[in-house]
Design a protein around this ligand. Structure first.
Ligand code: SF4
Length: 364
């Protein structure tokens, strides 16, 4: 039977399988169940993408798996490093040729990977390059895992590993609900990447029913709601798919999420010069968020060439002060990777517009 995220007749994608599925897979191959756990440790725990390297598996089985199953890592088409903050952006080519972006960020507490959940996006945020051209397809859990594993492969040789995941790359994770949830559970596998749910952040543009569904899953992941506007009229222009769920409905879903999971919420607010950064709009935002447990992240716009400019530091600070005086917890997010097209979708778009360019060599 085909696994979720895998078409009938396709070879199973071992990168998308959890412990129980790999144990069942091993048994189906005539191997003891513990061989499945060994596969999990190699593939997810050690980010190994070569059956030959899995030296505690029987050689004949390794050779057989290698002849039947694809496990090669996604091709790194481009790799950009921000020389000042160390942010690394990978442009990965999937097996069907589609391109996805993954960003590695370094924070005080360790490394975080920003994962894409779809190829392209249908939400249509006015400031985002990923949405130009719409959604091409959903990613499978295995393809999301491959993004994290691509980052792990760069970290493990240096004795480092990923400690956080943010689902804030290309796509709307809750539009691809089943595969996204599958990936979160997979990344949590103790013998795999072993990332705590509390160190995972799922960012949504505001699919209220899916937020309520997520609240019932028993996964204490941080929910980041991309607001970007304090009222429906402006939000409809900045986040067009929001037409379906007005802010009042979204706030109700966010409240439910916080109550069910006990997690504080994050509200993302991209600061766009003269569009959503007036003091009056800060007051409106404070009113909207009254009584909700969480904080606001003000994010200087990472300009993607779509005709909008980031609010200058003075306007961001003024906006922040109004929120703070209104009793809203607020931080201004460090904008990582400004020098490497790290805003969502920019690198992929650039590559698509310059197909003749040959792959960049990997810097050391
Ligand atoms: S910001 Fe996120 S949700 Fe909005 S269009 Fe871009 S990828 Fe989609």
């Amino acid at each position: 039977m085909a696994e979720e995220g895998q078409a009938a007749g396709e070879a199973p994608d071992l990168r998308g399988m959890n412990r129980a599925e790999l144990e069942a897979f091993a048994r189906g191959e005539g191997q003891p169940a513990y061989r499945g756990r060994q596969l999990l440790r190699w593939i997810q725990g050690r980010a190994v993408a070569d059956f030959d390297a899995m030296t505690d598996l029987p050689a004949a089985w390794r050779a057989s798996l290698k002849s039947r199953l694809p496990l090669a890592p996604a091709e790194v088409v481009r790799r950009q490093v921000d020389p000042e903050d160390g942010t690394v952006k990978l442009l990965l080519r999937l097996r069907d040729g589609e391109l996805v972006e993954t960003v590695r960020m370094r924070y005080r507490y360790g490394y975080s990977a920003c994962i894409s959940t779809q190829v392209g996006c249908n939400v249509g945020c006015r400031f985002c390059a990923s949405t130009l051209g719409g959604k091409r397809r959903d990613l499978t859990a295995g393809e999301m895992a491959e993004q994290a594993l691509a980052v792990q492969r760069e970290l493990l040789p240096h004795g480092e590993r990923l400690s956080r995941l943010v689902l804030m790359g290309m796509g709307e994770p809750l539009e691809n609900y089943a595969e996204t949830l599958r990936f979160l559970r997979l990344a949590h596998e103790p013998e795999g990447m072993a990332i705590s749910y509390r160190r995972m952040t799922l960012s949504t543009s505001g699919l209220a029913p899916a937020i309520e569904r997520l609240a019932e899953e028993g996964l204490p992941v941080t929910l980041a709601v991309s607001l970007h506007a304090p009222n429906d009229e402006l939000r409809r222009r900045l986040v067009p798919m929001d037409n379906r769920y007005p802010l009042a409905r979204l706030m109700e879903a966010a409240r439910t999420y916080a109550a069910r999971t006990g997690r504080r919420l994050t509200f993302e607010y991209v600061m766009i010069d003269r569009v959503n950064d007036e003091p009056e709009q800060a007051r409106e935002l404070a009113t909207l968020l009254r009584g909700l447990p969480g904080h606001v992240n003000l994010i200087p716009l990472n300009e993607s060439g779509r005709g909008l400019r980031s609010s200058p530091p003075g306007r961001i600070e003024a906006f922040r002060q109004v929120l703070e005086r209104s009793g809203v917890e607020v931080t201004v997010r460090r904008s990582l990777g400004r020098r490497i097209d790290a805003a969502c979708g920019q690198l992929r778009r650039r590559e698509a517009e310059a197909p003749e360019r040959s792959p960049a060599p990997l810097p050391g």
